[in-house]
Design a binder for this molecule. Sequence first.
Ligand code: URA
Length: 198
Amino acid sequence: MSEKSEAFSQLREACLQCRKCGLCSTRTNVVFGTGVDNAEVLFIGEGPGENEDLQGEPFVGRGGQLLDKMLAAVDLDRKKNIYIANIVKCRPPQNRDPLPEEQQQCIQWLREQFKILRPKIIVCLGRIAAAKIIKPDFKIMKEHGIFFEKNGVLMMAILHPAALLRNPNNKPAAFEDFLKLQEKIREVCDHTYEQEIS
Ligand code: URA
């Protein structure tokens, strides 16, 4: 087992026991995250929905299927070359937005995931993740697809897959953002990255 896999499995074990906020009392599963431990691109959503809570994996509902399709169009795949996690690891009841105090309690897990991965690029899925990770006043309709740099890490936000399902007119714009991401990966990620995926 690689050092990173070992670190991830220890972190996952600890995270699965977490009772730092009230979401632990209504969860079925903690949704720790999924992907490869040498990923150079980290995707971050806001928090698990019903399907994710039941299955213990992020983005597995209809939104997740759309996300996987868009990822595949630019040679990205959660089983091959990216990692996907959420700001909060447990489902907020009725899929409400995670409360600021829940995000604050939970973000330490994501920080630890980040420290293990050390990704070159972070992609926030939707406004909530972008506000927490990129900047508090992030305007998702205006600023999606734009790269920001923080502490040497490139970050961008794309529209949340659930928002794209509600408003399919925005799908072409989201696809443009994926193409920008692909270009950036070619520019800054390891050369072997693309060979690994083909
Ligand atoms: N929405 C999110 O933000 N994350 C998930 O894991 C599923 C839906």
